[in-house]
Design a protein around this ligand. Structure first.
Ligand code: AMP
Length: 173
């Protein structure tokens, strides 16, 4: 069971948060392979043809999942990073966290106009991170055709925050 490879770490990174640690899953070849295959499936149409040009990973754990998915699909990989990490001209989106705010960036030239994109992250919590990412991609002229996460924390309502885009979650708690 994949869920047995995700470890709950109470009170990390702050009191009251139960952190979903995917390290055991990444260390398990069969589990990691199954997750990459299932996520890559979200970038294919019903006939099994690849339906995306780029796969976006969100820093940092999204990178670990999105890069092998891009290779599996024969698509390009694009990182969405925290502020100040990308060297070239960027677009930025600032969004509210439970406490404070965060800024995400993407290179302005990361996409060709009309690129179809699969967005990947490890955990969907409140949805702010993926909503900001989708806004960044739209500002670049890309089209978000699918959003996939390994784990959705359903009780936080992130799925609603990401509308009109649908989120495909391999697991929901
Ligand atoms: P949110 O913007 O609230 O949907 O938060 C999603 C982002 O924060 C993702 O990039 C996750 O990696 C991280 N995150 C939020 N909550 C958790 C959690 N309980 N366990 C692990 N990662 C989390």
């Amino acid at each position: 069971m994949l869920s047995s490879l995700i470890r709950d770490v109470p009170d990390f990174p702050e009191p009251g948060i139960v952190f979903k640690d995917i390290s055991p899953l990444l260390a398990d070849h069969r589990g990691f392979s199954a997750v990459i295959e299932a996520l890559a499936n979200r970038g294919q149409d019903a006939g099994g043809s690849v339906s995306v040009d780029k796969v976006v990973g969100i820093e940092a754990r999204g990178f670990i999942l999105a890069a092998p998915v891009a290779l599996a699909l024969g698509a390009g990989f694009v990182p969405v990073r925290k502020a100040g990490k990308l060297p070239g001209p960027t677009h930025q989106e600032t969004y509210a966290l439970e406490y404070g705010e965060a800024t995400l960036e993407v290179h302005q030239d990361a996409f060709s106009s009309g690129d179809r994109v699969l967005v990947i992250d490890d955990v969907l919590a409140t949805g702010g991170t993926i909503r900001a990412t989708n806004s960044l991609l739209e500002r670049c002229g890309a089209t978000v055709v699918a959003v996939a996460v390994l784990l959705e924390l359903g009780f936080l309502g992130g799925r609603e925050a990401v509308r009109p885009h649908a989120v495909s979650a391999l697991m929901t708690v």
